[in-house]
Design a protein around this ligand. Structure first.
Ligand code: CA
Ligand code: CA
Length: 187
């Protein structure tokens, strides 16, 4: 019995030590170099479209990036009560380049839901509000940058707000690698 128990205890101890080292490094990173960076682009609510009171077919604003950012995302929210068109979704650009479509961020189409609006041309608008997050690390410059949001179709009215760039470095990748190496070497 003891010949089986002893190696198991030793192995568990080494694994625990490796895990502790990894957690220690993670703590060091989170306290020291690793910090989430948030750059505020525009917090106010804006209304694009062609209805009365709208601002027209696009919104554009410059913002400053102080340093090279890794793992950076452009984030914003479409807002109740007037949302965008699914089939011709709004298009977003950083410095004139699209980081990707907003369409995958729409909730699943449900024509039975009061939040989905079916238009005369059988296209659909979602009026419930939703969040968009697109990777932009490769599109950002250190210094001045431009955010632009355009209507997918001129008659589509929608509201958006809370536009930011968020950048969260990835200590978890290093920690997981260390844990994996320790684990592998004992097996
Ligand atoms: Ca309209
Ligand atoms: Ca709309």
């Amino acid at each position: 019995m003891s010949s089986i128990t002893r190696p198991l205890v030793g192995s568990t101890l080494v694994k625990f030590r490796c895990f502790s080292v990894a957690v220690g490094i993670a703590a060091m990173f989170s306290v020291g170099r690793v910090e989430a960076i948030v750059i505020d682009i525009e917090q106010s609510i804006h209304h694009l479209g062609d209805d009365a009171g709208s601002e027209g077919p696009f919104f554009e604003k410059s913002f400053t990036v102080p340093t090279l950012l890794q793992n950076a995302f452009l984030e914003f929210d479409f807002r109740l009560p007037t949302g965008p068109n699914l089939e011709s979704p709004p298009e977003v650009f950083i410095n004139g380049v699209s980081p990707g479509s907003t369409q995958p961020f729409f909730p699943p189409l449900d024509t039975g839901s009061p939040l989905w609006q079916t238009n005369p041309d059988n296209s659909h608008d979602y009026n419930g509000g939703f969040h968009v997050s697109l990777p932009v690390s490769l599109l950002l410059n250190v210094g001045t940058n431009t955010f632009r949001l355009e209507n997918g179709r001129p008659d589509d009215d929608f509201l958006f707000h809370q536009v930011i760039i968020s950048s969260v470095p990835e200590p978890s990748t290093l920690v997981l690698s260390l844990v994996g190496i320790c684990w592998f070497r004992r097996r």
